[in-house]
Design a protein around this ligand. Structure first.
Ligand code: NDP
Length: 263
């Protein structure tokens, strides 16, 4: 199926690693021009150079900043406008989860987590809204988590923030229609830098990577028996961001290997 992404302009936040990087690759492979950001400049520059080599420097734009810095996000939107002339799709992916129970989450932790989960979406959406409105195929795909609907006690503030975000996205799907479609993906466990960090900090250093990941999949009772690979949500992101999904808005797509417990 042709997704209709050729020559479209796509922006991906958090594009230097994991799911965001896999999404950047899928968009480039499908012929789009892609702008992406991350905070860490070293990894960003390495990734951007590799992608420019493979797909052409005129199709890749990378900038280092935090999506929590509204001025920096606005500056990035200006660069995208100046370089590519507009924006057809925005993927709000930047972020990470926080492992903590109610007992060990301080007020400062709550504020930090709520700020990350909401403003990592609000700043880019505000900054790119006018360009997305101008596009004939404007679309936002927000990367969210199954925790939004299925909270986990060991990730209490991330779960609550994810639920609030899902609610916000539904409102935006109505407010930004009919010009901009707004959809989300709900992730289960996907192998990325986040899980690599948790593997590196494992209790039993004698456990191999395969053993640790297999045990994790068993503990989490993932019906497909494994964690997802970043390319798997990336393909779903590309579909929802593309003109091929032209009649889909306000929807959520679960990408979790079947781990949800609701019908
Ligand atoms: P990775 O850590 O592999 O990638 C995260 C990317 O986001 C990196 O490029 C990182 O670069 C960037 N980033 C993080 N914070 C910021 C920020 N404030 N401003 C700009 N860029 C930022 O993680 P994943 O691919 O796993 O995560 C992608 C999204 O999916 C996250 O929002 C995460 O919470 C969510 N998610 C992931 C799950 C999983 O199992 N993998 C499960 C549920 C949700 P840098 O650090 O240099 O800024």
């Amino acid at each position: 199926m042709d997704l209709g992404l050729k020559d479209r302009v796509v922006v991906v936040t958090g594009g230097s690693s994991g799911i965001g990087l896999a999404a950047v690759r899928v968009f480039l492979e499908d012929g789009a021009r892609v702008a992406f950001c991350a905070r860490g400049i070293e990894r960003l520059e390495v990734v951007a150079a590799e992608l420019a080599d493979e797909f052409g420097a005129d199709r890749v734009l990378a900038r280092a900043f935090s999506v929590l810095d509204a001025d920096a996000v606005a500056g990035f939107a200006g660069d995208v406008q100046a370089t590519f002339g507009g924006c057809d799709a925005l993927v709000t992916n930047a972020g990470q989860g926080r492992v903590s129970t109610f007992e060990d989450t301080s007020d400062a932790d709550w504020r930090e987590e709520l700020e990350l989960k909401f403003f990592s979406q609000l700043h880019p959406i505000r900054a790119f809204q006018a360009m997305l409105r101008e596009s004939e195929a404007g679309a936002i795909v927000a990367v969210n988590s199954l925790l939004a609907l299925q909270p986990e006690p060991h990730m209490v503030c991330t779960s609550a923030a994810r639920a609030g975000l899902q609610n916000l996205l539904k409102s935006l799907a109505t407010e930004l229609a009919p010009h901009i479609r707004v959809n989300s993906i709900l992730l289960g466990l996907v192998d990325s830098a986040q899980w690599q960090r948790r593997f590196d900090a494992r209790d039993d250093p004698s456990q191999s990577r395969d053993e640790w990941y297999d045990a994790l999949a068993r503990t989490k009772k993932i019906p497909l028996g494994r964690l997802g690979q970043p390319s798997e949500p990336a393909r779903a992101i590309a579909f929802l961001a593309s003109p091929a999904a032209s009649y889909i808005t306000g929807a959520k797509l679960e990408i979790s290997g079947g781990v949800s417990r609701f019908a």
